[in-house]
Design a protein around this ligand. Structure first.
Ligand code: TMP
Ligand code: ASP
Length: 239
């Protein structure tokens, strides 16, 4: 696989073309953002950890029959992915209350939910990624009802696999966000962005402390150490 020109220069990652028209290379930066990019820092080593953690999680989902864009690692900081047409939606899966759900509904963080909550957000930075429902998504031409049904089914199946996987590592998967795209080769709806401590809440089950980006959002310090702990525990799955 040959890396070609830069086709997208995002805040936290870059996408490069390759010699295969249906494959791209994702490169993870150490830049870290929060609160719609208002808060920014460069955290040494964060990009490589996101790359490697996401590779493990997406690789696992692929093997379990959930289609994702991940193909294989290309380097410490890069991975080969299937090329997609972006669907500008985010699906948030919540097993426990935290973050915006806690703030918006006035429920304490950590509260257990009677059922898994699935949220749809319109991925639009200028609007602050507003919460929408499936009818808004169809009305805005972002996806069809059938695609939304498939996305929510994938979100449910991914949670059913990832929650017990993290439990084995003594980590609570409190919530996570996934994005989807249409694969350029066959139009399949596939998970098309990372799953990592950047896009999830991972709480140590013993100490209750976050091992994820909330360390950065809330100025708790040792951000990269949290990501490293997640990576270290994921590696024990192969033991
Ligand atoms: P929230 O509670 O802030 O809505 O976040 C829910 C989950 O989504 C949490 O695991 C963090 C993740 N997330 C992102 O990946 N990107 C974002 O821009 C936001 C706001 C949240
Ligand atoms: N996704 C990041 C966050 O969770 C970055 C951002 O909002 O700009 O807070």
């Amino acid at each position: 696989m040959q890396k070609r020109e830069l086709i997208f220069d995002g805040n936290e990652k870059q996408v490069f073309a390759t010699d295969d028209p249906h494959k791209v290379i994702f490169r993870y930066k150490d830049v870290t953002l929060a609160f719609d990019s208002i808060k920014r820092a460069v955290l040494r080593g964060k990009g490589t950890l996101d790359n490697k953690i996401s590779a493990i999680l997406l690789g696992y989902l692929n093997r379990e029959g959930i289609h994702t864009h991940f193909v294989e690692l290309f380097s410490e900081r890069e991975q080969i992915c299937r090329k997609i047409e972006i669907i500008p939606l985010e699906v948030v899966v919540r097993n426990r209350v935290a973050g915006s759900m806690s703030r918006n509904l006035g429920i304490p963080e950590g509260t257990f939910l009677r059922n898994v909550v699935y949220e749809l957000k319109y991925n639009n930075d200028a609007l602050g990624d507003p919460l929408i429902n499936e009818h808004h998504a169809v009305a805005l031409g972002l996806a069809t009802y059938d695609e939304l049904r498939r996305m929510l089914d994938v979100a449910r199946r991914a949670n059913d696999l990832l929650k017990p996987l993290f439990e084995r590592l003594d980590i609570d998967l409190v919530d996570f966000k996934i994005e989807f795209g249409r694969a350029s080769d066959n139009g399949d709806i596939i998970i098309s962005d990372e799953i990592s401590p950047d896009t999830s809440r991972l709480w140590d089950r013993r100490t209750k402390e976050p091992l994820d980006k909330d360390r950065f959002r809330m100025d708790l310090g040792n951000v990269v150490a949290g990501y490293e702990e997640v990576y270290k525990r994921l590696l024990t799955l192969n033991d």
